[in-house]
Design a protein around this ligand. Structure first.
Ligand code: SAM
Length: 232
């Protein structure tokens, strides 16, 4: 269970109403039951239910069961698409160890609005489900043009079906993070965007092969290739 509170020996953790409902009404845990907690900073801790309640509860931390496994500094930058598919991209990025998830507005992005709090909840649920000890931050919507100017990624891989070279080219010569994977909207990147970004020294355009994939498929494929090459 992800808790946004410090974890340590004999540390008490107050549950939110939603967490209390899940543990006590859905999972039917009683006092003394064990719960695994993480907070993206202190690793995984074994805790016990100390107090139960309808909309509240207290857990008592006992011992650390796993150190923090902070993923390598991979940022997934993606142009929001239809809501359900945007949710899917955020979930998969959290499962696959992205350190930061950045919705970007590109020239052809349709859905300008995103619900950052809702996407952050999806990232938390995905991290809980895959037994992680870290939840990536889902940022607000950034204009790609602004981001690029202030880009402190060591290597950014812009995935375009128009590109010629594969992931080996994308990764070549870059030793450390932060890394950025950039996935465009369903309408792709504009010619101007591709020209502007490809001119930057830390940007490589990368192809996932001859087929045109949906943005969510491309996001998963790109992160998988990255994981294989550099992931934890
Ligand atoms: N560029 C095409 C267009 O204009 O219709 C399609 C865009 S595709 C549906 C959405 C995004 O998925 C692209 O912007 C790119 O980031 C990624 N993508 C899809 N197929 C790809 C491929 N074969 N290689 C690299 N990236 C791909």
């Amino acid at each position: 269970l992800f808790v946004d509170q410090p974890l340590g020996a004999e540390q008490t953790v107050a549950l939110s109403p939603a967490q209390a409902n899940y543990l006590f009404n859905v999972m039917r845990l009683a006092v003394g039951a064990e719960v695994a907690l993480f907070n993206s900073a202190d690793g995984e801790w074994r805790a016990e239910v100390a107090e139960t309640g309808k909309k509240k509860g207290v857990l008592l931390c006992r011992a650390q069961t796993a150190p923090l496994r902070r993923p390598p500094d991979l940022w997934l930058l993606f142009a929001p698409i239809k809501k359900a598919r945007t949710d899917f991209i955020v979930e998969k990025a959290a499962e696959m160890g992205a350190a930061r998830i950045v919705p970007v507005q590109t020239d052809f992005t349709n859905s300008e609005r995103i619900r950052q709090d809702r996407l952050q909840t999806h990232a938390i649920e995905a991290a809980e489900q895959c037994g992680g000890t870290f939840v990536p931050e889902v940022t607000g919507l950034h204009k790609l043009s602004d981001l690029v100017l202030g880009w402190d990624a060591d290597r950014a891989m812009m995935f375009c079906d128009e590109a010629q070279a594969g992931m080996a080219h994308g990764l070549e010569g870059a030793q450390r993070g932060p890394w950025a994977i950039l996935i465009g909207p369903e309408g792709g990147f504009s010619e101007a965007e591709r020209g502007r970004l490809a001119a930057l020294p830390q940007v490589r355009t990368v192809s996932l092969g001859p087929r045109i994939l949906r943005a969510d498929t491309a996001a998963v494929a790109a992160m998988t290739l990255w994981q294989q090459a550099l992931g934890d």
